[in-house]
Design a protein around this ligand. Structure first.
Ligand SMILES: *[C@@H]1O[C@H](CO)[C@@H](O)[C@H](O)[C@H]1NC(C)=O
Ligand SMILES: *[C@@H]1O[C@H](CO)[C@@H](O)[C@H](O)[C@H]1NC(C)=O
Ligand SMILES: *[C@@H]1O[C@H](CO)[C@@H](O)[C@H](O)[C@H]1NC(C)=O
Ligand SMILES: *[C@@H]1O[C@H](CO)[C@@H](O)[C@H](O)[C@H]1NC(C)=O
Ligand SMILES: *[C@@H]1O[C@H](CO)[C@@H](O)[C@H](O)[C@H]1NC(C)=O
Ligand SMILES: *[C@@H]1O[C@H](CO)[C@@H](O)[C@H](O)[C@H]1NC(C)=O
Length: 219
């Protein structure tokens, strides 16, 4: 009986979330801002994100080659931004293969450089945190993304998922991306830019170095 009740509640929850769907389609590309930690390298980032190194480099004109990436740099990694869970949100499921000693915390905070969280990993993986098989099973690593918002501006159609770091401010992020604070805050109306955690979405540049408009992204 309690099981039936639980199933009922779950069903209602699923039905009601799909009723006020937040996306109807995704977009070909979003960018993940990967903060390089000490001893990380593009080979590793490529393995985590299933993006080829030359493709990653094509979105990062300031990085001359893969061996010149410094710890503390941010690297934009392209990925497909999909409309997930029957339109509940925009994101992408990366695949991560487990090995002995791995935890949701290291996956979120180190291997995916805070592009996801422990909570968000637990939501998409059936294994409880204390018993993740270490035998090379595949975990779902979901990273949120944005395709823009035509009510804010049609001039921006490619977005960077940017994990906030300690010490950052709205001004520092706008500066780093050569954007006005106004436009950055309009895309993130409820963000606390000084909090040192959480995700914000920043207009990003295409491989040709320009901000692609929304029209070229959605059809
Ligand atoms: C790249 O980084 C990973 C993770 O820190 C490390 O295991 C690997 O040896 C590094 N590869 C190179 C070529 O430095
Ligand atoms: C991720 O966030 C945690 C908690 O704020 C922090 O300790 C860690 O250094 C961050 N990871 C990276 C790669 O910046
Ligand atoms: C991703 O987006 C969903 C829906 O807006 C939100 O509930 C979730 O907390 C976000 N996850 C992360 C890691 O920010
Ligand atoms: C990953 O997600 C898929 C559905 O997209 C699901 O079938 C699979 O069981 C999930 N993997 C884990 C480890 O929970
Ligand atoms: C834009 O505004 C219109 C009218 O207020 C609304 O129907 C629509 O859902 C909004 N679009 C987005 C992406 O928020
Ligand atoms: C910032 O934008 C201005 C005006 O569009 C441009 O002249 C300048 O080169 C840009 N700087 C960087 C670092 O992208």
């Amino acid at each position: 009986m309690p099981m039936k009740l639980l199933t009922g509640i779950l069903l209602i929850a699923i039905l009601s979330t799909s009723a006020d769907a937040r996306c109807s389609r995704g977009c070909d590309t979003a960018l993940a801002s990967y903060y390089m930690w000490l001893n990380s390298n593009l080979t590793f980032v490529s393995q985590m994100t299933q993006a080829e190194i030359p493709t990653i480099l094509s979105y990062n004109p300031s990085i001359p080659n893969q061996d010149s990436v410094q710890a503390g740099a941010r690297v934009n990694v392209p990925f497909a931004c999909d409309c997930l869970e029957d339109g509940e949100f925009l994101g992408h499921m990366f695949e991560f293969r487990t090995f002995p000693g791995v935890t949701y915390q290291t996956i979120a905070q180190t291997y995916y450089s805070n592009l996801t969280t422990v909570d968000w990993l637990q939501r998409f993986n059936s294994y409880p945190a204390f018993s993740i098989p270490d035998t090379g099973v595949t975990l779902n690593v979901t990273v949120n993304c944005s395709c823009g918002d035509e009510n804010v501006s049609k001039d921006y159609g490619l977005f960077v998922t940017w994990p906030l770091k300690e010490g950052e401010t709205l001004e520092s992020i706008a500066d780093a991306n050569n954007l006005s604070t106004g436009i950055v805050s309009r895309y993130n109306p409820s963000a606390n830019f000084n909090s040192g955690n959480g995700l914000v979405y920043i207009p990003g540049k295409d491989q040709d170095g320009t901000f692609p408009p929304i029209a070229s992204r959605t059809t």
